[in-house]
Ligand binder design. Structure first.
Ligand code: GDP
Ligand code: MN
Length: 392
């Protein structure tokens, strides 16, 4: 689960990690007002989206007047922001952060993530922070220090000292760096985070040590005991169809292609997507209805797929184990009655109650004029891709 930079900054502030003053705004006019409120010579206008790499996509820009703050805000709000992490369509920006600009001396990288192979959090730090940290990790891994954190005892003082020393801090800055490192690890453990990243942590001309970017992700499975975090994620920038699907316990992820897939089981869903690609088309979504999905939930799944204007055909691939084929068949018929399949549909069913399912579909044939039957996965994938690519 993600939160926005401005929310992560609030948590930093509470844990005593210094951040520049900033205001959240929603319009270009408000951005101009925020610039004046800050009263600094330079401010930075920052798109609040979950994707990183904003600096490279024009989503983080320095401004030197209220007028310029307004223009830049306008420019960011009026079209989707494309960054190396958003995909080609980009994401719409609804909120901006207008932060006091700082005069940077050096950019450091500081983060805590989960090291799955070590089964504990790991603190990662580098003197080479900023927008190209990924290249640093590839080209000069020795410029990065990794320190495992005992999840029960927490980060130890000697570890904080070691990292501050590795980063080259001395004197008062080393003391502050140790505090930032220690507090970031407390924040990480207290909030059940899966990632807490400061990139960059900067030293300024005035000698301060400030976090000027903030990214925190949380473990979804721990949200039940993190009420405050859960509240922060409520207005999450997630695809509305994905939210609807989650409400029905469906795992749905929208993709770029035009063949809607309805499958049970994540592994089978992956295999189905592979088969669609193998036969020359692209899946419009990943959708796993799970083992115990009700007819209602599966009908909702069809609604979600059918509402996607990119979908030009639908492939249903069900291997009935715990899921029953007749439940799926009933949902298909329900969806046909409610919405109607305006696009070709190929259905492949095997397993529990498949005979009943086939009979149900046979009886409902008139409601399903675009339906074809797939004998097996290959046959089904071939049939649906042929419909898309040749229009027959
Ligand atoms: P990201 O690209 O999404 O990670 O966004 P960041 O918030 O990290 O900003 C990208 C880059 O903009 C930083 O690495 C800095 O180089 C620069 N930047 C951000 N805020 C300031 C600022 O207040 N002053 C200056 N001089 N540069 C900034
Ligand atoms: Mn950053």
């Amino acid at each position: 689960m993600n939160i926005h930079e401005y929310q992560a900054r609030q948590l930093f502030d509470r844990y005593g990690i210094a951040i520049p003053e900033a205001h959240v705004v929603h319009t270009a006019q408000e951005a101009a007002v925020a610039f004046k409120q800050l009263g600094t010579a330079v401010a930075v206008v920052k798109a609040q989206v979950y994707a990183g790499g904003r600096g490279k996509g024009g989503g983080v820009q320095l401004v030197r007047s209220a007028e310029q703050a307004k223009d830049v805000a306008q420019q960011i709000l009026e079209k989707p922001l494309v960054t190396p992490q958003t995909g080609p369509d980009g994401v719409w920006v609804h909120q901006l952060l207008v932060a006091a600009g700082v005069e940077i001396v050096h950019e450091y990288y500081l983060a805590i993530a989960v090291d799955r192979s070590a089964a504990c959090p790991v603190l990662i730090a580098s003197e080479a922070g900023g927008m190209d940290i990924e290249q640093v990790a590839d080209a000069t891994p020795e410029a990065i220090i990794r320190e495992r954190i005992d999840p029960v005892a927490g980060l130890q003082p000697f570890q904080a000292s070691k990292i501050a020393y590795f980063l080259g801090f001395s004197g008062l800055q080393a003391k502050i760096a140790r505090q930032v490192i220690t507090q970031l690890s407390r924040l990480f453990l207290d909030t059940d985070a899966s990632l807490a990243e400061i990139n960059p942590l900067v030293t300024t001309v005035q000698g301060q040590l400030l976090a000027i970017d903030a990214k925190i992700n949380f473990d979804d499975n721990a949200l039940y005991r993190q009420d405050e975090i859960q509240a922060m994620t409520q207005n999450a920038q997630t695809n509305p169809a994905e939210v609807r699907a989650a409400e029905h316990d469906l795992s749905y992820i929208k993709l770029e292609g035009n063949i809607g897939c309805l499958v049970n089981g994540a592994g089978l869903a992956m295999a189905t997507m592979d088969m669609i690609k193998l036969h020359g088309a692209e899946p419009a979504n990943f959708l796993d209805v799970g083992g115990s999905a009700s007819e209602q939930a599966v009908t909702e799944a069809f609604r979600i797929i059918l509402e996607d204007p990119n979908v030009k055909g639908i492939l249903v691939n069900i291997f009935g184990g715990i899921a029953k084929c007749d439940t799926i068949a009933r949902a298909i018929i329900q969806a046909a009655k409610e919405i109607g399949f305006s696009v070709p549909l190929v259905v492949r069913l095997e397993g529990t109650n498949v005979q009943i399912a086939r009979e149900l579909l046979e009886q409902a044939k008139d409601d399903l004029p675009t339906m074809g039957i797939g004998l097996d996965l290959t046959d089904a994938a071939k049939k649906i891709t042929a419909q898309i690519t040749t229009g027959v």
